[in-house]
Design a protein around this ligand. Structure first.
Ligand SMILES: Nc1ncnc2c1ncn2[C@@H]1O[C@H](COP(=O)(O)OP(=O)(O)O)[C@@H](O)[C@H]1O
Ligand SMILES: [Mg+2]
Length: 250
């Protein structure tokens, strides 16, 4: 997860992580913060979807002692719902926290809560000012965005939210062969050629977010009607051939 979000050009950039409810955004964001804490980097987690106690429990099920990092000051959690403060006041709270605590990673889970509460003009200004501040302060940030399952990927890329962040990462469920799979893909990465493969990932209690590798021999993954381009029989024949070859029988 950290390689994905904090390796190379991702450092000191803003990433919009978008996906439907349950697609793994909060866990991915926690994973990103835990990796930072392990390296001694301070993080700010702005979280509306879960209370600190829920977050601690959630993190614990992945073996992450978030509470310890909150107690020793490596992680700060802010749970003020946007309705509590005006957009400018909220931005000031974030700026003060980042500067006073020398924060290196920020997660805002989710930006959709601001979108619901502020009018369009306020929201747009808030996102632009926030992204500008985070970039200038050498912070690596993840803003999560909750979408409906049916929203087309191209529609996300055209929203002003997407145009003001450096990178866009998409999390998605896909149904394939009668099973739900999890997909992660980089839709945009500013200033670099990026991994175009659609990767499969899992949420496991051992590792949190685990990238399994690219989906192979599948088409239409993003359109919602994914299908395999090779038949199971062909795959089995290939596996049998490899086994025979490895055993020296061919
Ligand atoms: N302890 C766990 N072990 C394995 N999978 C989990 C665990 N907790 C949550 N999940 C999986 O993670 C998903 C929820 O992820 P979450 O990050 O909360 O989604 P989002 O924030 O996008 O709504 C659920 O669909 C569930 O399958
Ligand atoms: Mg969530």
């Amino acid at each position: 997860m950290d390689t994905l979000l904090c390796g190379g050009v991702y450092e000191n950039s803003t990433t919009l992580m978008t996906g439907a409810s349950g697609s793994g955004k909060t866990i991915a964001a926690l994973h990103f913060i835990m990796e930072g804490a392990k390296r001694g980097e301070k993080s700010l987690l702005i979280e509306f979807e879960e209370s600190p106690d829920q977050l601690y429990r959630n993190a614990k099920s992945f073996g992450w002692d978030l509470e310890k990092y909150v107690k020793n000051g490596l992680v700060k959690i802010v749970c003020h719902y946007p309705a509590d403060l005006k957009a400018e006041q909220y931005l000031k709270v974030i700026q003060d926290m980042v500067l006073t605590n020398k924060i290196k990673r920020v997660v805002l889970d989710s930006i959709s809560d601001f979108q619901r509460i502020y009018n369009e003009r306020k929201f747009r200004a808030f996102v632009i000012d926030l992204n500008t501040f985070l970039r200038m302060s050498d912070v690596t940030s993840v803003l999560t965005n909750t979408t409906s399952q049916i929203l087309e990927v191209t529609e996300i890329a055209e929203t002003h939210l997407a145009t003001t962040t450096d990178n866009i990462v998409i999390l998605k469920y896909v149904e394939l062969g009668g099973r739900m799979h999890r997909l992660i893909s980089v839709l945009k990465q500013r200033g670099s050629k990026h991994e175009k493969d659609l990767m499969e990932f899992e949420v496991t209690t051992e590792t949190g977010i685990e990238i399994l590798g690219p989906f192979r021999d599948v088409e239409n993954l993003m359109s919602g009607s994914a299908r395999r381009t090779r038949r199971i029989g062909e795959e089995k024949a290939e596996r049998d051939f490899i086994q025979e070859a490895v055993a020296g029988r061919i």
